[in-house]
Each structure stands twice: as structure tokens, then as C-alpha cells.
Design a protein around this ligand. Structure first.
Ligand code: CP
Length: 316
């Protein structure tokens, strides 16, 4: 209880609870909010680089009054070869009551929960899932398309098409969104070249389909979500970047011609001039920085959910 490894860990009721608490906690008086979980201990365990997720989880936990500590693979005994199990047990022995984990291996959060019996919040595991990113994406979509609704159901996003374009193959953000959005009635259109979106490798469930060409995908989109090419996971795959840009770069001209009313999202980090032009990233349709702000709101709600599942200093 209290862990969040996959968007599928949240029932509709759980999802509504998180969305509602994200809004309530954001509106709450900061001093009052800091008394909610004063001095509770939250550890951030990061095996991969992060700016948005790490900072917003830390700010979220601090906004609830928690003490936080960061263990990063680059400045800890992980560099000396300490295992995930021993690192987790050490962090628990130091008093952590919840662990926020980013790891390069898919499934690592499940192992950590098994070893530590603490609530684990998945801050991105390999090419698998990034559930809080999908939740903050949803909050951003609801703000623009559904008047900031905090109650959702199977038809809330009926009639909404979300295109996700780019490196789908390596994207945990795409997977979490593919799992979450169709549950609320949205249609997800995946777009990209075969190298980054191989038909056999993508689990396309109900409400998810592939549209190989960018302009038809844009034409259908109410939400245009762009993804970075994950150079760190390409493993020798050679891509002609000029050809990629010609076919898939989100330019001002394309957006104006094919999706003039859509909102533009990107989980970040963005690579200006590759998958998206600077003009689009900074333009009026871009809600990228709103996504970042929504990350703090959503992460306050999931940290609260995790800590509420444990007694102070106790186990889940
Ligand atoms: N969206 C996201 O996960 O960004 P970071 O890698 O900077 O945390």
C-alpha cells in the first residue's frame, strides 16, 4: 500500500483521489501544509540523471514538511558496487519511510519494495513506466480541455486525441500515457519512424494506434506530445537526424497548418531544434512549463498517499 509503480496501480477512485489532493494541497496554506508530515523521512534514490522529476519530488516532499535525502549513483557507494538491495536496506535503516526511485532497469521499483517493505514511488524505471509523468500530463490536459476537472471517469476524455511522436520504443512516458489515457476515453495515436516505433515492439492496447506519418497525426490531435530521442538508450542504432527532422520535427509551420488549436506537451528535457523548434517550445500553444509545475502538485499527492500508508517510522 502506498507504492506507485505503474499508472495501473491506481483505480479510478485512486486516480481521482490523487487529482483532487494535488489541487487541494496546492491551494493549502504552506505553513499548515508543512505540518501534515513534519519530519517524516523521504529518500530519493536516483540511478539516472533527472532535473524535473528529482527536483519536483524533493520540493513536493518538503512542502509537506518531510525531511528529504538524495542518494545518487554518481556520488554514493553505488559507484563502489553496492547492490540495489543493500542500498535500499541501508536507506531504510537510516529511517526512510518512503523511497522515490529512478532506475535504468525496468521493474527495479518492484524489487526495491520487496526488499525494503517500504512504499516505493516509481520516478521512471528503464523503458517501462513513469507514472507521475503521465499523471501530471493528465492534470495539464484536464486544465486546458476540461476546465481543470479533478473528477475523471471512463468518458472524461472521450473525443480527445493525443498524439505521441518520437522515440516511442524507449519511452516510459509514452507507455504510462498509453495505459492511462484510454481508460478515460482518449484515443492515443503513436507516431514515428519504424526504428523508434516498431510495430511488433509496441504494445498497442485498446484506444492506441499507430499513424506513421506526422502530418495526418497532427491533424487529428487535440494534444500534441513530443518526445526526445533517447540517445542514451539507442544502443548503436543509427538514425539520420536530418531525415528525422524533415519528417517529424514539430515546426511552427506544421503546427499552424495541421494543429492550430492543439496544446503542445513534452516531458522534457527538450532538444531545441531536433524534435521541436525553439519557436514552438516557447510559443503560445506550448504548455511544457505548466507540465513542470503540475509535477509538484501531483507529487505532493503521491508522497502524501505513500506516507499515509505507513505509521511514522514504521513499515508499509
Ligand atoms: N520528465 C522527466 O522525467 O524529466 P527529468 O528526466 O528531468 O526528470
Amino acid at each position: 500500500p502506498g507504492s506507485l509503480m505503474s499508472v495501473n496501480d491506481l483505480s479510478l477512485e485512486g486516480l481521482n483521489h490523487v487529482l483532487r489532493r494535488a489541487t487541494e494541497l496546492t491551494a493549502q496554506d504552506p505553513l499548515e501544509r508543512m505540518r501534515l508530515f513534519a519530519k517524516r523521512r523521504v529518500a530519493l534514490l536516483f540511478y539516472e540523471s533527472s532535473t524535473r522529476t528529482r527536483t519536483s519530488f524533493e520540493l513536493a516532499a518538503k512542502a509537506l514538511g518531510c525531511d528529504t535525502t538524495l542518494v545518487s549513483n554518481l556520488s554514493s557507494s553505488i559507484e563502489k558496487g553496492e547492490s540495489l538491495k543493500d542500498t535500499g536496506l541501508t536507506i531504510r535503516a537510516l529511517g526512510a519511510e518512503t523511497i522515490i526511485l529512478r532506475h535504468n532497469a525496468s521493474g527495479a521499483p518492484w524489487l526495491l519494495e520487496q526488499y525494503t517493505h517500504l512504499p516505493v514511488l516509481n520516478a521512471g524505471d528503464g523503458m517501462h513506466e513513469h507514472p507521475t509523468q503521465a499523471l501530471l500530463d493528465l492534470r495539464t490536459m484536464l486544465a486546458h480541455l476540461r476546465g481543470g476537472a479533478t473528477e475523471v471517469g471512463p468518458e472524461t476524455l472521450k473525443g480527445v486525441t493525443v498524439s505521441i511522436t518520437g522515440d516511442i520504443l524507449h519511452s516510459r512516458v509514452a507507455r504510462s500515457n498509453m495505459l492511462l489515457l484510454p481508460r478515460l476515453g482518449a484515443e492515443v495515436v503513436l507516431c514515428g519512424p519504424k526504428e523508434l516505433l516498431p510495430e511488433v515492439a509496441v504494445t498497442a492496447g485498446p484506444g492506441v494506434r499507430i499513424e506513421r506519418d506526422f502530418e495526418p497525426a497532427l491533424k487529428q490531435s487535440h494534444v500534441v506530445m513530443m518526445l526526445r530521442i533517447q540517445a542514451e538508450r539507442l544502443a548503436g542504432l543509427q538514425l539520420d537526424l536530418e531525415e528525422y527532422k524533415r519528417a517529424y520535427q514539430l515546426t511552427g509551420d506544421r503546427l499552424h497548418a495541421f494543429a492550430p488549436e492543439a496544446i503542445v506537451l513534452h516531458p522534457g528535457p527538450i532538444i531545441r531544434g531536433l524534435e521541436i523548434t525553439a519557436g514552438v517550445a516557447d510559443g503560445p500553444q506550448s504548455k511544457i512549463l505548466e507540465q513542470v509545475s503540475n509535477g509538484v502538485a501531483i507529487r505532493m499527492a503521491v508522497v502524501e498517499r505513500a506516507l499515509s500508508a505507513t505509521s511514522k517510522g514504521g513499515r508499509a
